[in-house]
Design a protein around this ligand. Structure first.
Ligand code: G6P
Length: 614
């Protein structure tokens, strides 16, 4: 939530900041702003409600000069999205400007104390409180900005990634991090700051990830300095990131979401590359090999995740229970962390996250580590907080996902989970060799099968036209496909704002069947061989009540074809992997319904891609 970016060097800061904000807009897009110190030392803040395009418009004719600046794109937590609550915030004297991603939990107490000292506040934000606290301390202690920031942060409880500028000083930015992502990009005598390294990859591929409780002091013509909250120098490593700019562009597609849907055959190739041998069909996951004993000894596996990653985890539960015979629990990270969970040292906790920054998932990891569990990460963003805080893990390698509705991350996560289940099952001796080979061989053909499904794009687009005006949708699936039903419903909700419910097909008759009528489209994911007959019964129950069925079926399934009103046929694979291709028509259906409804597909209302607040 919220994206922050900063620059100091020889170039004009504003265009770099604006470009960075565009790349970070997936993190929030209700208001945006920049602060720059110009050559005369003036500290200019320009901000407005709306998207980064609106900010660009607003900046026309303003003094956008200066080679140092900070910028912010907001997802509101405290205070409505408007011009005043937008960042950067000035301190009362307008000598300091601050941007902030996160939440200051004790801001009320601090605000009251500052009001007592005579401070006035313009906004409703917790961020302005921190800005004024820094100013207050700077004046009281008569100290440097960096020291004032350090002392202020010692009084703060909460999560933050901040960057601070001061009037009259175009040679310094002070930045700090606690639980919200932040990295420093290193150029030739220039520094970049960002919530996400990908947003500044045009300028550098050398990054330093700032750790929790660290303050980065960026001074012109000086090396990067990082200290901790106790004022001790902190050591840091420079990480090289291999990312191409084309991965961050739409590449001719009207939306990132559509591009990302169509990228999936390629992203799966990247996900599987080097992990499943085309010659021997052996699955090699280094994270499992390196931690063989942990997985062999595991008495239980607990998945912790949120949103789409939670849906992928439900499929992971089936895969691991089926193939590794280890009991599995799937937890919403936000529930797990507050439930006083029972965790043993022989539990393996698997944290699943596209961004690797989701606050609740990160907190769940910390709880699991404290309890002595082995924590494994399944992440997409390389170098993200979750990737760094887990003991080991597997990247899904699907490249940057920019559309707010997750697509290629889901298929990458499920694919990694299938490989994980095969690798662990093999080590534990719980998997039959024929089953192992069948799944491994199907993994190798997954990308081409997915391409076949994507060829039905225009049929699905036509189908979507029929349902553009539906008010509700129901999605049903059994076994592995229950999670696909949930994911299909979530996609539709997120981007079209149509209410949709995903259910285990058999549960429908325990209540939701009351909703069935001609107005309610029911999407049935009916690809499972194991539950084929049962699913047919469910379809008949719906038909008997006048419901309209869109069925996702295996190619050649004539039985369901006769019953359903519309069918989308997808190629046959083993049941374990069907979710990876069964979700594709649902992604496309949601996409086209949203497009026909005129929705902002890549930036749906109220959402943000990376949820770094609780
Ligand atoms: C947000 C996003 C979802 C995502 C969820 C978990 O809600 O909008 O698409 O599934 O966060 O994010 P993560 O990065 O941890 O997978």
């Amino acid at each position: 939530m919220c994206g922050i970016v900063g620059y100091m060097g020889d170039r004009k800061a504003c265009p770099i900041l604006i470009k960075g904000l565009h790349r970070l807009e997936y993190r929030g897009y209700d208001s945006a702003g920049v602060a720059m110190v110009n050559a005369d030392g003036n500290l200019n803040v320009f901000k407005c409600r709306g998207k980064v395009d609106d900010l660009e418009e607003y900046l026309k004719g303003k003094d956008d000069s200066g080679t140092i600046g900070i910028a912010h794109t907001r997802w509101a937590t405290h205070g409505v999205p408007d011009n005043v609550n937008a960042h950067p915030h000035y301190s009362e004297s307008e000598n300091i400007a601050l941007i902030h991603n996160g939440i200051i939990e004790n801001y009320r107490v601090l605000k009251d104390a500052l009001i007592q000292k005579g401070f006035n506040f313009k906004s409703e934000t917790d961020s302005e409180v921190l800005c004024n606290l820094i100013e207050y301390i700077r004046n009281e202690e008569k100290c440097e900005l960096a020291e004032a920031v350090r002392l202020a942060l010692n009084k703060v409880v909460g999560a933050y990634a901040i960057a601070v500028l001061e009037k009259g000083n175009n040679d310094q930015i002070v930045a700090a991090r606690q639980s919200s992502p932040m990295c420093i990009g290193l150029g030739e005598d220039e520094f970049f700051i960002s919530s996400d390294a990908a947003s500044i990859i045009d300028y550098t591929n050398e990054f330093v990830y700032v750790n929790d409780g660290e303050i980065a002091i960026l001074r012109r013509h000086e090396p990067l300095k990082i200290i901790n909250l106790e004022n001790k120098d902190a050591e840091f490593n420079i990480t090289n990131l291999d990312l191409s700019i084309s991965q961050l562009e739409k590449g001719g597609y009207p939306h990132f979401m559509l591009k990302e849907i169509f990228e999936q055959p390629d992203t799966l190739v990247d996900c599987i590359r080097g992990r499943v041998s085309p010659e021997t069909a052996q699955v090699i996951l280094s994270g499992v090999l390196d931690n063989r004993e942990k997985f062999i000894a595991a008495k239980r596996i607990i998945f912790v995740s949120c949103g789409t990653s939670w849906h992928a985890s439900l499929i992971g539960e089936h895969l691991i229970e089926d193939l590794c015979r280890i009991p599995v629990e799937v937890e919403y990270a936000s529930e797990f962390r507050y439930r006083n969970p029972i965790i043993h040292s022989d539990d393996v906790v698997i944290a699943v996250s596209q961004s690797g920054e989701t606050a609740d998932t990160l907190a769940a990891i910390r709880i699991a580590k404290e309890a002595g569990a082995f924590v494994y990460g399944i992440c997409n963003v390389v170098g993200s907080s979750i990737a760094r805080e887990t003991h080991s893990g597997s990247y899904i390698h699907v490249g940057p996902e920019i559309g707010v509705a997750s697509t290629k991350a889901f298929t990458g996560q499920v694919t990694v989970m299938a490989m994980l289940a095969l690798a662990i099952g093999k080590e534990r001796g719980t998997i039959d060799q024929d089953v192992y080979e069948k799944i491994a061989k199907d993994l190798l053909v997954l990308p081409e099968k997915m391409t076949e499904v994507l060829r039905q794009d225009s049929n699905i687009s036509d189908l979507a036209k029929t349902f553009t005006y539906a008010h509700n949708f129901m999605y049903l699936g059994r076994g592995y496909n229950y999670a696909v039903a949930l994911e299909g419903a979530l996609k539709l909700k997120e981007i079209s704002y149509i209410h949709a419910e995903g259910l285990p097909a058999a549960e429908m008759k325990h209540g939701p069947i009351a909703l069935i009528d001609i107005e309610l489209p029911v999407v049935v994911i009916a690809t499972s061989e194991k539950t084929h007959e049962k699913t047919i019964s469910n379809i008949q129950e719906i038909k008997a009540r006048g419901g309209r069925i869109i069925a996702i079926i295996r190619e050649g399934d004539t039985q369901i074809k006769k019953l359903a009103d519309w069918v989308i046929e997808i190629p046959a694979l083993c049941d374990y992997l069907m979710p990876v291709i069964a979700v594709i028509p649902l992604q496309l259906l949601a996409y086209y319904v949203a497009v026909y409804k005129g929705r902002n597909v890549d930036q749906p209302r109220n959402l943000a891609k990376s949820v770094t607040v609780e």
